[in-house]
Design a protein around this ligand. Structure first.
Ligand code: ADP
Ligand code: GLC
Length: 492
């Protein structure tokens, strides 16, 4: 099969969150299963600066876009996957991350930027870029690619489309004035299309027009059909329940493997857990915390946003301190949460430490050196750190939602006996429920034999992409077969 995979981020070239990890690894797994998958992302300034081996393969005039854009081609680093870059300097040649100049300040022209991107994806999908290559299926990811399915739906014949929701909270909503500037077909602004409560919704394009919708875990696929998680889109999503499914993310164990990880001071595996203690001590030194292997280290690595329940962690700092634990936070985002973390560090300098910012290498060291990973998310489409944590012998405490529910097995007498326990989960999104799970975890932490069992069971879990990549391939085949039937009906 020929697949075009469109995304706004791709690790290691450009990353703000888990979408980049998925774009950087799923296509490679699909390529390894011998399919011709190619990735397309915008040519951000920081991407062009990193890689020089991009060649110009096409000039494109896009409908509704003033300046012509260029398509550059190269490889997704560390793979044989072809990577296309949409080079539109007026939209992407600027500092900052894909969506903001700095945290909070979103680019005012994001709608134009990602419309241009979607138009370019449409052109490549219709083999209108002179590349002599047309995908059978276009796999779109999140709102930044939401206009691709409706743009494609205007062509016949056309490739099939799949839209993957990594996070329904980000929708790409713009008012009428912005919509006018996008020079899109007028009927895109209608209730049956992308109009949503008098706004123009990029994500609705994917939800209405894609041939199939997936989310990044089976539990989240159920949750977004309810009002608690659906943001008012639950009706539309439930309506598509026959063409909606959840496939849990895999992880790239060539990047996240404590046995080979060059970001961490000492490599280790389940048979050399004493080396994990050396990482722990180095981590305590790094953060200038008292160095003591018997003090449990709780950690979190996260975008600091409401979704992640960071406020719940801040609420229980006094209890963690009372329990003689240490807490390490790596993250950036919401300024109130950043201030809350700084205040906790100031109040308990020997107990709480933080790095406010983004630091890839430090994130690996924290995974390697901590004992317990906190992920009390209010919602979590999949979540990756609870999976990385397991491989690094860092036992996760998670809220029982979305992908967290699908990837962590709570510790109970039964799951301990069956040797399936990998962490701790709790239900209510409250600090008292989190605290209860923390207390349970600490109870077991003080029983070294049981703790070691939890650590080792986690380290043995296999969340590699192979299985999920096969599920995507089966799904692509299903979508193509359905699309072929529809195309016959449409042309009759
Ligand atoms: P989300 O995509 O919602 O942010 P995920 O758990 O899927 O959540 O993925 C988050 C990814 O971003 C992980 O790879 C995590 O290690 C990384 N990450 C988040 N914040 C930071 C940070 N401050 N420094 C380094 N890596 C971070
Ligand atoms: C999103 C979600 C996260 C998921 C990631 C990759 O950012 O918040 O749960 O793991 O996408 O799919």
């Amino acid at each position: 099969m020929k697949i075009l995979f469109a995304s706004a981020e791709a690790h290691p070239l450009i990353k703000t969150g888990g979408l980049a990890d998925v774009t950087g690894s799923l296509p490679r797994a699909i390529r390894n299963l011998r399919h011709d998958i190619r990735v397309i992302i915008p040519a951000y300034q920081s991407v062009l600066k990193q890689q020089e081996k991009f060649t110009l393969v096409a000039h494109l005039e896009l409908e509704g876009v003033a300046q012509p854009v260029r398509i550059l081609a190269g490889r997704l680093p560390g793979s044989t996957v072809t990577l296309y870059l949409v080079d539109s300097p007026e939209h992407f040649d600027r500092p900052g991350n894909p969506y903001t100049l700095k945290q909070g300040a979103v680019w005012p022209d994001n709608a134009e930027r990602f419309t241009t991107f979607c138009r370019a994806v449409e052109a490549l999908s219709m083999d209108a870029a002179g590349l002599d290559w047309q995908p059978d299926i276009v796999h779109c990811n999140d709102w930044q690619t939401g206009l691709v399915p409706p743009l494609l739906a205007r062509h016949l014949p056309r490739p099939a489309s799949l839209f993957t929701i990594h996070n329904l909270a980000y929708q790409g909503l713009y008012d009428w004035k912005v919509f006018k500037k996008l020079k899109l077909p007028a009927d895109f602004w209608s209730m049956e299309a992308m109009e949503f409560h008098n706004q123009f919704s990029f994500i609705k394009g994917g939800l209405v027009f894609a041939d199939w919708i997936t989310t990044v875990s089976p539990t989240y696929a159920m949750e977004i059909q309810t009002s608690e998680f659906g943001y008012g889109l639950e009706g539309l999503i439930s309506h598509r329940t026959d063409t909606l499914s959840g496939i849990v993310n895999g992880v790239d164990y060539s990047v996240w493997n404590p046995g080979r990880d060059l970001h961490i001071p000492v490599q280790f595996n389940a048979r050399s857990l004493t080396h994990k203690i050396e990482n722990k001590q180095a981590l305590q030194e790094h953060f200038r915390l008292p160095v003591d292997e018997n003090i449990p280290i709780f950690a979190t690595i996260s975008r600091l946003v409401e979704q992640k329940g960071i406020d719940l962690i801040l609420d229980i700092v006094p209890q963690l301190v009372k329990q003689n634990a240490q807490l390490i936070v790596l993250g950036s985002g919401d300024s109130k949460l950043e201030a809350g973390i700084r205040a906790a560090v100031k109040a308990h300098p020997k107990r709480v430490a933080a790095h406010i910012g983004y630091d890839e290498s430090l994130s690996h060291h924290i995974e390697a050196g901590a004992d317990i990973f906190l992920m009390p998310s209010r919602f979590e489409p999949c979540g990756l750190n609870q999976i990385y944590s397991q491989r690094y012998g860092t036992v996760p405490i998670v809220r029982n939602t979305g992908g967290l529910a699908d990837t962590v097995t709570d510790t109970t007498p039964e799951t301990l006996a069956a040797k399936t326990a990998t962490g701790f989960s709790f239900n209510a999104a409250t600090s008292s429920a989190l605290l209860e799970a923390v207390d349970r975890a600490l109870g077991y932490y003080r029983q070294p034999a049981i703790w070691q069992q939890l650590v080792c069971t986690g380290m043995k879990q296999d969340f590699s992409w192979k299985h999920s990549a096969q599920l995507y391939i089966k799904l692509y085949e299903t979508i193509l077969a359905r699309r072929a039937d529809e195309a016959v009906a449409e042309s009759a």
